[in-house]
Design a protein. Structure first.
Length: 100
């Protein structure tokens, strides 16, 4: 039986990003290991191209879903998490969402 601490979240939205599965799309993303310096609001920062492009591909649809849920900046908390390579994408997505 799983063990651990639980925390109560009374409000907000949880976004969970899965890790890689064995398919061509994930293999191409994981192979894009060069760095890009296009991270808005973070001068001089460079990030993994594949993870950056994956987060960017999710950003617009996530924003639309948040609007549908009436979760706009300042009105609710957005929790972003991930597992494996999904954690890297989640960190970048959280940064992008915070930048607007």
């Amino acid at each position: 039986e799983p063990q651990g601490e639980a925390s109560v979240v009374d409000s907000g939205v949880l976004i969970s990003i899965r890790g890689s599965i064995q398919n061509d799309a994930n293999a191409r993303r994981d192979d894009q290991t060069d760095f890009v310096g296009e991270l808005s609001g973070c001068e001089g920062c460079e990030v993994h191209r594949g993870f950056y492009e994956s987060a960017g591909a999710l950003q617009q649809s996530i924003m639309l879903n948040l609007q549908e849920l009436l979760c706009v900046p300042g009105s609710c908390t957005v929790y972003v998490t991930g597992h494996g390579s999904g954690a890297a994408v989640a960190a970048l997505l959280a940064w992008m969402l915070a930048q607007g």
